[in-house]
Design a protein around this ligand. Structure first.
Ligand SMILES: [Zn+2]
Length: 128
């Protein structure tokens, strides 16, 4: 699989990216209202708190919520086809990702996280 372009970590996402170095998939938890969200943000989307957001490790399991197969490469160096999906994590939040190991995916398929290591030590979560 060719590597997608990945943005650098910033103040909000550094902790999340650091966990990927250990292949741990995190979501953000608001300790004020209990809301879980992904990707990491500076504010809780449920109660607007900016001071109660922590990272919480997930089980790395979920269910395919939506998926599509990309046949036309966005860049010449990207291998096609590949499957882009929205996965509903067992903990609740949605994550945009790729599905690997085959191309016969359906909504509702149970999936587990796997990792694509990046040259800088970070890793991207994919699901199989
Ligand atoms: Zn909240």
């Amino acid at each position: 699989m060719s590597l997608p372009e990945v943005p650098p970590a910033d103040d909000v996402t550094t902790g999340w990216w650091d966990a990927t170095r250990e292949h741990r998939l995190m979501v953000q938890e608001c300790t004020q209202c209990g809301h879980l969200q992904h990707p990491p943000r500076a504010v809780c989307t449920a109660c607007s708190s900016m001071d109660h957001l922590e990272l919480r490790e997930t089980a790395g399991t979920g269910e395919v919520d939506a998926c599509t197969v990309i046949h036309r490469a966005p860049r010449p160096d990207v291998d096609v086809p590949y499957t882009v999906a929205r996965v509903r994590l067992t903990e609740g939040p949605l994550i945009l990702t790729r599905l690997v190991d085959g191309d016969q995916w359906a909504i509702g398929d149970q999936v587990n996280v796997g990792w694509t290591d990046l040259p800088d030590g970070r890793a991207l979560p994919v699901f199989h």
